[in-house]
Design a protein around this ligand. Structure first.
Ligand code: ZN
Length: 255
């Protein structure tokens, strides 16, 4: 059974952060946020981080650097986030190289997308924060969400004609929480949109109704998003799913 099987339903729609709100309004879409009544032990909004809570940014910087080294976050692509016990989350700011992040290149957003902490005026929330917001809304147990752009993910997304990518039933699938004998596992695939909140809305709408087989989803011509109970778990799952993508591509090459 997948660890994603404990996903609970997301709440009704709500506002995004300042920049994303305008993008969302322009696109005429809304993104669900965490319903305070359904939040797990991680949550109740506050305007300032609890000083007793460990700062996840150094770990996110470390993981982003590793992903950049592997070619999964080239340019300024992708974003990593980690949720705090109050339900807010730190996320990489828009337009920053993931190979050389500093703690000032993050913003902290509330569960409903409001900008809570902006270390410098240059640190702006990315429109892709709406995807993280949707994931946290759908999966209260998720405390980290990683979104990367890799060549294998992008290539594979183009070789799937429907809205699911079949993942191989090999040993590595256990790394995504699948422990069934000879499992049939499908990875949800979503269309890409210029207006990112539209992607987030589609993800939230599907996962509200249908628990995914694995804690991950793929966006066509774009990249993969993975979540976990901690930054370490999210990091491991990114590595596992990228391994599976490479395995599938190699299989097509040699078949
Ligand atoms: Zn992206």
């Amino acid at each position: 059974m997948s660890s994603a099987s404990s996903a609970s339903s997301a709440s009704a729609s709500s506002s995004l952060g300042s920049q994303d709100a305008s993008a969302s309004a322009a696109a005429g879409v809304t993104v669900p946020s965490i319903d305070p009544r359904s939040i797990d032990s991680c949550s109740q909004d506050s305007s300032t981080p609890d000083p007793s809570t460990p700062d996840p940014r150094p770990q996110l910087i470390h993981h982003a650097h590793a992903f950049h080294q592997r070619g999964w976050m080239f340019g300024t692509a992708g974003n990593l986030s980690a949720k705090l016990p109050d339900g807010s989350f730190w996320i990489t700011a828009s337009g920053c190289s993931k190979g050389e992040l500093t703690p000032l290149q993050f913003v902290r957003l509330s569960a409903t997308g409001e900008l809570l902490t902006q270390p410098t005026p240059a640190a702006k929330p990315s429109a892709e924060a709406s995807i993280h917001q949707a994931i946290y809304a759908c999966f209260p147990e998720a405390c980290a969400c990683y979104h990367v752009h890799s060549v294998p993910a992008t290539l594979l997304s183009n070789r799937v004609v429907d809205d699911q990518l079949a993942l191989p039933a090999i040993e590595m699938i256990k790394g995504l929480g699948v422990w069934n004998e000879n499992p049939v596992v499908k990875l949800a695939l979503f269309p890409n949109h210029l207006q990112v909140p539209r992607i987030a809305e589609a993800i939230a709408a599907q996962f509200r109704e249908q628990t995914p087989d694995v804690p991950a989803c793929l966006i066509r011509n774009h990249g993969v998003t993975v979540w976990g109970a901690s930054p370490e778990e999210a990091r491991n799952r990114v590595e596992v799913i990228e391994f599976l993508f490479q395995y599938l591509l190699a299989g097509q090459l040699y078949s």
